[in-house]
Write a new protein. Structure first.
Length: 264
């Protein structure tokens, strides 16, 4: 047998409002917003709740100034996720030797560059710009046009795949792979197959003419660069000596208002 408890009229009213939501009146809100727009919205005087601005959708921004409508509501159907990868998947073989066995099918990124922070990039960029100006000035004095040297990208490795160091008497196998002569002979004693592709070498090791010519070109460029650097240092020293001599003779630096005499 059930006995229902007696509920007063106030209890019934409170029970009906247990799951009620506080719905704001759209017309009243729009009226309050309009009243706020008519008032001194740009001033520093507080007008009360009637001067509050409502969040508006993006399409309403085109009808009025975007700076006077307040913050924008973020979209609820879009979620942005940002991921920082501080250990990129780089191919170690390609980074160290310039050659990868898998080629284009390698799942790791083929990149030999070193990443720098923002201030390092800006510093290097400024130094590069200064060097370009100096090269242009030297080329103008010599009567030649400045030429930018492009890095060779012929697909040839620049290091041995076994010792991971510079080539020493480079040789070439039947499968077109390049090693140091000593590294190739030491590996041949252990296995008759190629160290990279695991194919039979049959004891054939030819002179790597392509690698030797590339090394010769790089050495020639290095010697030219060293000679150019020595010439630039000599020119700078001569200019410093001339400036020092003129200062000792009583000449003044242009723009120097603390000394009197002739200007350089």
């Amino acid at each position: 047998m059930f006995i229902l408890p007696f509920l007063s009229h106030d209890d019934i009213q409170r029970d009906n409002r247990a799951v009620a939501a506080d719905d704001e009146d759209e017309e009243g809100r729009e009226g309050a917003g309009a009243a706020g727009e008519d008032g001194d919205a740009e001033g520093k005087l507080y007008k009360g709740a009637s001067n509050y601005q409502k969040f508006i959708v993006k399409r309403d921004v085109l009808d009025r100034k975007a700076t006077a409508v307040g913050p924008m509501k973020a979209p609820s159907n879009v979620r942005l996720t940002c991921r920082f990868d501080y250990q990129p998947d780089l191919c170690k073989d390609y980074k160290e030797t310039g050659y990868c066995t898998f080629g284009d099918s390698c799942k790791f990124m083929h990149d030999r560059g070193d990443y720098k922070s923002g201030w390092e990039l800006e510093r290097d960029w400024k130094a590069e710009q200064e060097k370009k100006k100096l090269d242009a000035a030297l080329a103008e004095l010599e009567g030649d046009k400045p030429k930018e040297e492009e890095e060779e990208n012929d697909g040839l490795p620049f290091a041995c795949a076994i010792c991971r160091g510079p080539f020493n008497n480079p040789i070439e196998t039947r499968c077109m792979h390049y090693f140091c002569e000593s590294c190739a002979l030491a590996n041949y004693k252990k296995s008759k197959r190629c160290f990279v592709c695991n194919e039979q070498t049959q004891g054939q090791f030819n002179t790597a003419t392509k690698i030797i010519s590339k090394l010769n070109r790089l050495e020639e460029k290095r010697q030219k660069r060293l000679a150019k650097d020595e010439y630039e240092k000599e020119m700078i020293n001569q200019q410093l000596q001339q400036a020092k001599f003129k200062v000792e003779q009583g000449w003044t630096i242009p723009g120097d208002t603390f000394q009197t005499g002739k200007e350089i």
